[in-house]
Design a protein around this ligand. Structure first.
Ligand SMILES: [Zn+2]
Ligand SMILES: [Zn+2]
Length: 453
């Protein structure tokens, strides 16, 4: 059956379909057309063909043409078919005005209501581009049945059509473009024909930076109280927190405030121990601001404010706007980046300068550019799987402070457990300083001096 015959069949069976929906049913055919123009063109082509048949000398064909024109006049409310009949003084039944399009129930005659709702709802939000989406399962199921009944295989989806047309109206109204890949805001319509509700999804804002931590005892991210898991109990004085603050909290609250975000997530490129300082040029992080109403942040100003508030504790620098992709890469690469640490180490035995020199040479020989094996440290076994990790040490240097203490600088690959590299963790890390020195060495203080990126 050709397409025009199919169309006549649709109207003949008393399905009224508006020109926009008719065009959508054949959207694959022709390009650079709106569905409205396509639908109107199909009706015109069909009408011209039926009109031609009326002129046929064969009575059957002529009648067929006339009946077809009557169907289009009455059931498709098609003006050109109606004009043909009027010119011939042929009476025809009027279109029933209470009838709505079987497929859209008038949605496509009233697209402005969706667009203006979106514009009103987003007035207070800052965004440069947007995307429209919709959920309308009921409409789609009904349309799918209809398409299979008439074997319509050149259609596009209701969703595509709706999203595009509403998108065009919003674009015009707010003079900001639709963005498919990375929209800053999504207008999602939950449709039941002309009844609908709109939800706004503001996509997160990502900010890259580096932080330094000058005070020990601050975890990188917020930790729930181990006892109550955030509910608040006696042990945590009702705060629900294991530690009073974190690098995350110290940095994020001002960003949340200025961006009017609902929340934030902190992504560090690895993390230092709670009791280790983070020095040098700092550790890279990405701050993810959830549902920000403001996106044009003055990062310089915010950096100053954050640093002023956290003086001598936490400092941020190098701020710039980032993306989800960069955030994911940052986390993935943390394991492969090189880190330099300073460790203040205490020895179990007295040691003098010449013994220290000798031991340091041994250390260099056995550790530099060598692979060490680390079983998951006993101190984190309660929350990490028991695995053996291969880690590389690049460089180690040291200087003796007194008979019991020395400072070491150690350059390793990311994810190396430095405290265990020093104390040996009861043989779970091998080789270790303890193993090579032949007596217990303990890391008393640890600083991260550099994170290479
Ligand atoms: Zn329609
Ligand atoms: Zn608690």
């Amino acid at each position: 059956m050709n397409n025009l015959v199919k169309i006549l069949d649709i109207y003949g069976q008393d399905y009224y379909v508006c020109s926009k929906c008719l065009g959508r049913l054949f959207a694959v055919l022709g390009s650079g057309l709106t569905n409205k123009t396509r639908g109107e063109s199909l009706l015109l082509a069909l009408t011209l063909e039926l009109h031609r048949k009326i002129f046929s000398k064969e009575q059957d064909i002529s009648n067929e043409g006339l009946e077809g024109i009557k169907i289009l006049a009455k059931k498709a409310n098609y003006i050109i078919a109606q004009n043909i009949l009027r010119n011939k003084d042929i009476k025809f039944q009027q279109f029933d005005d209470s009838k709505k399009c079987y497929l859209c129930q008038g949605v496509f005659d009233n697209l402005n209501q969706y667009a203006s709702k979106a514009m009103v709802e987003s007035q207070e939000i800052e965004f440069e581009n947007f995307l429209v989406g919709c959920s309308c399962d009921f409409i789609i199921n009904k349309e799918d049945k209809f398409k299979s009944e008439f074997n319509l295989t050149y259609s596009e989806s209701f969703k595509n059509h709706f999203n595009r047309e509403v998108g065009k109206l919003i674009e015009k109204g707010i003079t900001r473009p639709v963005e498919f890949k990375n929209p800053e805001i999504l207008f999602i319509f939950n449709l039941y024909y002309e009844k609908f509700n709109l939800s706004l999804q503001i996509n997160p804002l990502f900010i890259y930076g580096r932080y330094r931590k000058f005070e020990r005892g601050i975890p990188q991210t917020h930790w729930f109280c181990r006892n109550c898991r955030g509910q608040g109990c006696k042990e945590c004085n009702g705060t629900g927190k294991q530690y009073p603050t974190s690098v995350e909290e110290k940095i994020s609250d001002l960003f949340v405030k200025y961006s009017k975000a609902s929340d934030s997530k902190f992504h560090g490129a690895g993390r230092e121990d709670i009791d280790a300082r983070m020095l040098g040029s700092g550790r890279p992080f990405v701050l993810q601001l959830i549902q920000p109403k403001i996106r044009k942040l003055d990062l310089r100003k915010l950096e100053k404010k954050v640093n002023k508030k956290n003086k001598k504790k936490v400092e941020i620098s190098n701020l710039k706007f980032s993306t989800r992709r960069k955030m994911i890469n940052l986390k993935a690469n943390a394991e492969f980046s090189k880190k330099i640490y300073r460790a203040f180490v205490e020895f179990d035995e007295d040691i003098n300068q010449s013994i220290f020199k000798e031991k340091l040479n041994k250390l260099k020989e056995q550790l530099e550019n060598k692979i060490i094996l680390q079983k998951t440290p006993q101190r984190v076994l309660h929350r990490r799987a028991d695995l053996t990790r291969k880690k590389k040490v690049f460089e180690i240097n040291g200087s003796l402070i007194n008979s019991k203490h020395a400072n070491f600088t150690i350059k390793t690959i990311g994810g190396t457990y430095i405290k265990e590299l020093i104390n040996g963790d009861g043989g779970r890390t091998t080789p270790s300083l303890t193993e090579i020195f032949g007596f217990q060495c303990i890391c008393k203080e640890l600083d991260v001096l550099n994170v290479e990126y």
